[in-house]
Design a protein around this ligand. Structure first.
Ligand SMILES: [Fe+2]
Length: 368
């Protein structure tokens, strides 16, 4: 029989997840926004390759990031855990093998990824990553709910050595080869169910006029999990409307360059994060934020959170998914262009001028 620890140290305000990250012995980076291209990784015994943890200020209580480097020709050690992961490929190309189990029946799935791929690791399925290049590094960013799971069970054996299988999370075989199912709903709520998106930069998005200026998006349902992901695009010369919601949306730039502004209601000034491919930030709880494309190409971003359209998990997420494009004047969370602080548009026009890009906002806001 296993017993409670005999330690004499008083247990008070413990965070089993943070304690675990410290014991893993790899870098832990914490900031408001982080350029994942620049984070230093160190050998990570558990993963059998190099890694780092990235904790964003607005990450909330549930999610964190593993940054995983696979050296040329390298591979990770097989992993299995009661943790959901959504993986984005920052650089390089390679493959991942996933084993799913249904009783005695074991199936092996394998798919090849490259820069811009997105995939989910089904709950507690064994997986292994391989770098397909003998010359170049591959860098993966895994956004996962280990903080929630480890703080809930605070038992590593249960989380990392658990034999239970979830065959219902596997989905169709074609979900591992880049196919999926479009599940139409309403603009901003259209879903694509899959386990693997080969190239987010080319994935066809659907118009979502109410979030602003010709934008488009798709909501993902990945490995029948509780982790949410969506991809949005802003055309050249445009920006989205400001809105606010709870913490934990991890937003990463996929294409283009630009910046985001952040402020709490009543603030005099804006906080700002400039982004390019690989920069990730998480708008903190209740903080207004607005994304601006300043590049000469469409700007895409990926957002990952706990609680998706299929399984919102939290009352707050249910409210976000129904009210994220509703005017604050009507009880929603979005500031319409005509109600925004006039400085916002002036800053944008100055930024466009620096980059030699024409504004595409004329049809959406009075530019005089
Ligand atoms: Fe947002």
């Amino acid at each position: 029989m296993r017993r409670a620890s005999q330690t004499t140290e008083a247990k008070f305000l413990f965070d089993p997840y943070l304690d675990w990250t410290e014991r893993e012995g790899i870098p832990v980076v914490e900031d408001f926004g982080v350029d994942l291209n620049k984070v230093e990784t160190k050998p990570w015994a558990r993963m059998g390759t190099d890694g780092a943890f990235v904790h964003l200020k607005g990450r909330g209580d549930f999610l964190g990031i593993f940054l995983i480097d696979l050296p040329p020709g390298g591979k990770s050690k097989p992993q299995r855990h009661l943790v959901e992961e959504v993986v984005y490929v920052l650089e390089g190309h390679g493959s991942t093998t996933i084993k799913t189990r249904d009783g005695q029946d074991v199936k092996t799935h394998s798919f090849e990824w490259g820069k811009g791929s997105l995939f989910a690791l089904p709950l507690n399925a064994e997986y292994q990553h391989f770098n397909g290049s003998g010359q170049e590094r591959a860098r993966l960013s895994s956004t996962n709910n280990l903080p929630m799971v480890l703080n809930l069970f605070h038992n590593e054996e249960f989380v990392f050595q658990n034999p239970f299988s979830f065959p219902e999370r596997e989905g169709r075989e074609t979900f591992f080869s880049g196919e999926g199912e479009f599940i139409p709903k309403t603009p901003g709520r259209h879903m694509w169910e899959t386990n693997f998106v080969p190239d987010l930069t080319k994935f066809e998005l659907v118009k979502w006029e109410k979030r602003g200026a010709g934008g488009s998006n798709i909501m993902f349902v990945l490995a029948d999990g509780t982790m949410h992901a969506h991809c949005s695009e802003m055309p050249v010369g445009t920006y989205k409307k400001a809105h606010r919601h709870g913490a934990d949306f991890h937003v990463s730039c996929i294409t283009g360059t630009g910046y985001s502004l952040f402020w709490y209601e009543g603030d005099k000034d804006f906080a700002r994060v400039d982004w390019n491919h690989g920069v990730v930030f998480a708008p903190p709880d209740g903080m207004y934020h607005q994304h601006f494309n300043t590049s000469s190409e469409p700007a895409r971003y990926l957002a990952i959170a706990l609680g998706g359209l299929r399984y919102p998990m939290l009352a707050e997420k249910r409210a976000v998914f129904s009210g994220m494009d509703v005017n604050v004047r009507d009880g929603g969370a979005q500031i319409e262009y005509e109600d925004q602080d006039p400085r916002i548009h002036r800053i944008y026009l100055e930024e466009l001028k620096k980059n030699g890009v024409q504004s595409g906002m004329g049809g959406f806001i009075d530019e005089k």
